[in-house]
Design a binder for this molecule. Structure first.
Ligand code: AMP
Ligand code: TRP
Length: 328
């Protein structure tokens, strides 16, 4: 039987934090290894240039994310790993989607509202970001999209685009569903009412952080009033965030984790969380260091993955253009 297709991407815009990891990348590896899906994972470089960036650093960020993918356990023998800008079908299909997407739908996107409020100049790419994301997904006849919860609204728009395109031009796309982890929204270490985000580096634990940095940051993480350790995101958001991180990296259910810490102090919890994180990322740190010196190999991996992806993407694009009446 043909396996269902799974697609997801991450932007190359700096170091990954544990929100990216626990909301997305760790799950990519587990889904890949489940053998249930035909997986496509890509580096969303075209999305990343919608925010201010340094062209001198972009190439390094791309290769670093490729190294992150591999160090975390993605495997080019099991999944197609590629670079978005090497598959031109993405931007071409996105253009067609732009023409069937009302401005109002894009104006409603929370990420657009947040990012445009902070940007000096709001570029058109930031506005049409979700139609490119819809193309990324729909080119592969995708059934499942693993993402953190901040991307669900974009995924919903992709589903709307499927209905709109199929209704107007004829059925070709199917509506994909999202796959969330138990930690779809890791919160900031400084303010437990906000998500961990690379736009606020002090809120983040990075995958590259040394054990000392991890201990130091976790020690300073905000906790809550009272002293009881229990999972209650409403009343105890800081403690619950740490418990969620601990449960995810140790692979133990929350019930067991709560039992382990019953009657303990916040500082004990922090010590255990920091220790678990430092251990969990030990192998990743070593592997990544080895990969970062092999930039030629990383590049050729992306080129060959992108060729594979292009074959699938171009077929879909051709079929879509035909439906619209563009291809002779
Ligand atoms: P980005 O770096 O924006 O490309 O995000 C890559 C992936 O990480 C996406 O699936 C996001 O939804 C996910 N993600 C980003 N921040 C968090 C967070 N704080 N908690 C959980 N997932 C997140
Ligand atoms: N917008 C996503 C993010 O910021 C990255 C992304 C781009 C993506 N295209 C995608 C994720 C397609 C899943 C599927 O995290």
């Amino acid at each position: 039987m043909k396996r269902q297709v799974l697609v997801s991407g991450i932007q190359p815009s700096g170091k990954l934090h544990i929100g990216n990891y626990l909301g997305a990348l760790k799950n990519f590896v587990e889904l890949q290894n489940s053998g249930k899906y035909d997986c496509f994972f890509f580096i969303a470089d075209l999305h990343s240039i919608t925010e201010s960036f340094d062209p001198k650093k972009k190439q390094k960020q791309i290769l670093e994310l490729a190294a992150d993918f591999l160090a975390a356990g993605l495997n080019p023998k099991k999944s197609t790993l590629f670079l978005q800008s090497l598959v031109p079908a993405h931007t071409e299909l996105a253009w067609i989607f732009n023409t069937i997407t009302p401005m109002g739908e894009l104006e409603r996107m929370t990420q657009y509202k947040d990012k445009s409020a902070k940007a000096e100049i709001v570029n058109a790419g930031l506005f049409t970001y979700p139609t490119l994301m819809a193309a990324d997904i729909l080119l592969y006849n995708t059934a499942a999209v693993p993402v953190g919860d901040d991307q669900l609204q974009h995924l919903e728009l992709a589903r709307t685009i499927v209905r709109k395109f199929n209704g107007r031009f004829g059925r070709i796309f199917t509506e994909p569903k999202g796959i969330l982890t138990h930690t779809p929204r890791v919160m900031s270490l400084r303010d437990s009412s906000r998500k961990m985000s690379k736009s606020d580096p002090a809120s983040c634990l990075f995958l590259d952080d040394s054990p000392e940095e991890i201990h130091d940051k976790v020690k300073r993480a905000v906790t809550d009033s009272g002293s009881e350790i229990k999972y209650d995101p409403k009343e105890k958001p800081g403690v619950s965030n740490l418990l969620g991180i601990y449960s995810a990296v140790t692979g133990r259910p929350m019930r067991d984790v709560e039992k382990e810490f019953a009657g303990n102090t916040y500082s004990h919890l922090k010590e255990r969380v920091a220790f678990a994180l430092a251990e969990h990322f030990r192998e990743y740190r070593n592997k990544k260091a080895g990969l970062m010196v092999k930039s030629a190999a990383l590049k050729s991996l992306l080129v060959s993955g992108s060729k594979k992806a292009s074959k699938v993407a171009e077929k879909t694009l051709f079929a879509a253009k035909k439906k619209v009446g563009l291809s002779p």
